[in-house]
Design a protein around this ligand. Sequence first.
Ligand code: PXP
Length: 249
Amino acid sequence: MIRLNVNIDHIATIRQARRTNEPNPAAAAVICELAGADGITTHLRSDRRHIQDYDLIALKQVIVTHLNVEMAATPEMVEIACRLKPDVVTLVPESPQEITTEGGLDVIGRRGEIRESIRKLREAGIFVSLFIDPDHRQIEASAALEPFQIEICSANYAKLNEQPGDLTVRRTEEIGQELERIRSAANLATSLNLKVAVGHGLTYRNAGPVAGIKAIEEFNIGHNIIARASLVGLERAVREMKECLMGGR
Ligand code: PXP
């Protein structure tokens, strides 16, 4: 069974463009759930460029599926999570100038901080997922810290797929290799008793083959769903993404 978590950050991006009070991410979350989303994901960034702390409070109250909050592994963020108690926290790397998350955590290099964050979150009853690249060394280092899940970063796969150009210049071989990296990473993680999610840059055009990887249970998809929703409506956009994922299985 595949789960789709819809990342609703960019509903908040539209609101923050005018510093007003609409559209409301909590209202969007309810529509996503009614359309078949299995969970709601948000990224509470240190610069609060889209989702705000008060959004998390509202989301906690209205969501009936589950709330996954992405955040940096910093004491400030961990304290907020322990207070607000989302169902899941996904620890991600964050740098101030990035447009979006640029890749997975360096679990090997930042083992101490990440272990401490996991310990505090787990004590608060929160499940922890680690966002990492499809790299065997990072997966083995993650497994040693015993999160319940890893989320494999699909950014490289997505980037290769979305390059403009006609089909004659499509980098089919590299796309295939990147898909195999994700598959191999997912299989390794499963063998180490980790649940496996995937996310970043996935679209209606490229998500199907990833959904064909049986070890992956959860998809976290944001920008592309909200982009389509701006033209066809949120309910339809979520439903179509679920159909797209189910078609890949
Ligand atoms: N997963 C993680 C860990 C992310 O940081 C993001 C972006 O916030 C996503 C998934 C969703 O990526 P996209 O918006 O490209 O679908």
